[in-house]
Design a binder for this molecule. Sequence first.
Ligand code: BTN
Length: 265
Amino acid sequence: MNPHMEFNDKTISTNLGTKIFGGKVFFFKSIKSTMDYAKKLAEMDEPEGTAVIADYQSHGRGRFGRIWKSEPGENILMSIILRPTIPLEKFGILSLLTAISVSEAIEKNANVKITTKWPNDLLINGKKFCGILIEASIAVDKGDFVILGIGINVNQTKFPKEIQDYATSLSLATGKIYDRTIIVQDILRSFETDYAELNKSKNFNSIIERWKKRCDMFGKEITVIYAGKTITGKAIDVDEKGLLILELENSNIIKLSSGDVTIVK
Ligand code: BTN
């Protein structure tokens, strides 16, 4: 399938000032999912930092097999190929890092205060406007790679009834229309700097601290849906691998690597 150029890959790739991210950008007016296309590219040895961007996805997906719906031409739908040098068990940190990079890039463009919900949802006024999906592949002979998917509600102002109470966009939150190209450029730049730090860091304390500053769930009672079970407890912290530390009602401490969090009180 040939990428159909849409919101202009020349504009996005020009003068980015990055060495890795956005070096190659593939655009589609419409695609099933940028995740699948980026995975194919990674299997064909396309380099780290290659981005696949679409104006519309017919089969966009979110975490836990959910559907990610987005109106055509309104939002940012992007997948990026990563070839991280950190060990597989530390990939949880990638979620936190992406959440910070994207938040900082967006706050440069929009007058909003972005908060994080573990592991990698981004919220404005308690409503989700950005989701991050990380899919790791162990490719024999081709090296391990990760596809980082980022979906950002930018200019969409109408959402299906069933998610209206939980979803928002930059436009809904601020009453303005945003240039998606500029936001994508800022994300690629911000990610390039943060990702270089991740690959060379021995510990991830500074990344975790930056992420925690944006997160208001610590000390609160939360529920986490994890492996089909609902677990209730107090959110204590995240550890050096990005795992959530939860104190259960019986005072036992557990660590979770993923899950769907709701703040109870
Ligand atoms: C989530 O469940 O919060 C993660 C949503 C991730 C959506 C993005 S949009 C671009 C990329 N392509 C997909 O099919 N999904 C991710």
